[in-house]
Design a protein around this ligand. Sequence first.
Ligand SMILES: Nc1nc2c(ncn2[C@@H]2O[C@H](COP(=O)(O)OP(=O)(O)O)[C@@H](O)[C@H]2O)c(=O)[nH]1
Ligand SMILES: [Mg+2]
Length: 430
Amino acid sequence: MAAGSGRILRYILFAVFGTAIIYFISTSSIPSYAQQQIPSTGKFTWDRTSTQTSDGKPNSAHDALGSEASSSPASGVPAASNSQSAAPLNGITTTESALLSPPAPGERVNATFVTLARNSDLWEIARSIRQVEDRFNRNYNYDWVFLNDKPFDETFKKVTSALASGKTHYGEIPTEQWSFPSWIDQKKAEAVREDMRRRKIIYGDSISYRHMCRFESGFFFRHPLMLQFEYYWRVEPSVELFCDIHQDPFRVMKDNNKKYSFVLSLYEYVETIPTLWDSTKKFMKAHPEHLAPDNSLAFLSDDGGETYNKCHFWSNFEVGNLDWLRSKAYIDFFESLDKDGGFFYERWGDAPVHSIAASLLLNKSEIHFFNEIAYYHIPFTHCPTGDDVRLKLRCHCNPADNFDWKGYSCTSRYFDLNQLAKPEGWMDQV
Ligand SMILES: Nc1nc2c(ncn2[C@@H]2O[C@H](COP(=O)(O)OP(=O)(O)O)[C@@H](O)[C@H]2O)c(=O)[nH]1
Ligand SMILES: [Mg+2]
């Protein structure tokens, strides 16, 4: 009898000990959050499937818009929610991985990550996805849209959908958005490329880079796969995130009525945009109704709009509002620039185009600087200023690498214009 109850006691102790270990493992994963609170409005299951849509060409908009509506983030349940159960991945089911790192509580914003990439970018974008997931999305499970001017191959889809915790969508770009518009003189464009090649201007002789800049300037937000979303976060290959992200950036944007955000800003190479400001002035004259009353013209110009100081937000990182990009004001701006031909007769980048639009068409309060999102895209680093914030967010960037307060950054100007207090310690980094 006594031996039997001793055995039972050992079993109980063993079970308690085992449960404690499992609890410890599941709560020590980064970042850690309380158990998911199930919204009363929807059904929630731990299972999820990375849905590979067919290469969603614009004429297959139905795939993008209709078939997944029941589990879309707009419904208020996490994007992870899906009626199908997931296949085991290297022996670990996604159900188990969700238990190891449970979804963060709270409603999701109707938002997605978006990446433009070639099949050959696979391993570079894999690194970026892994970082975004580890630092943030593993607990939020936002969708991810991949766009390409060619069909994505099976390996690209398999690897990226395994890495992303939310649903994945794969879309092809319509030819007319990745080719020379009818009004472009191709001989003239070719001569420009040859001249820029001789002058060794970065990407100066590239046709595809120009299509990429034009697509990012005027079309990605109108792709059928993007139409269902309200906010986007652009992710490029080979970027790094150095700190945990504890606050949902999409929620920060939405709750504070922000339309555009950045982490790095700098001066553009003047050789790539000699007439961009002339085109901008033409637009301002033609469409004064689109200029925001409390705009950031002073971020772009030091002489009241006469000349451009080349300051821009670096668009390889962006969290922004898609409805703003789809607005008449933005589309009028893009179309006006597009007609002027500078995407091909010069080498206008999407970064100055987005930045000029945000600075002129939005009120100051609608642009946001994410100090706490630590970020690297070759060759610049944004590492949050302030020891406290870096320790709290478990950052691994070297503060000495922070670009924010260096002479070639425009972030100091942004702070001054918006009368924001610079974080303690900024002076030591100048
Ligand atoms: N599908 C596709 N994506 C491209 C092409 N060129 C660039 N990209 C993507 O466009 C983005 C910017 O290109 P990247 O080479 O990083 O330019 P950089 O950051 O200005 O040096 C990245 O997400 C690339 O993967 C292209 O020809 N086709
Ligand atoms: Mg890049």
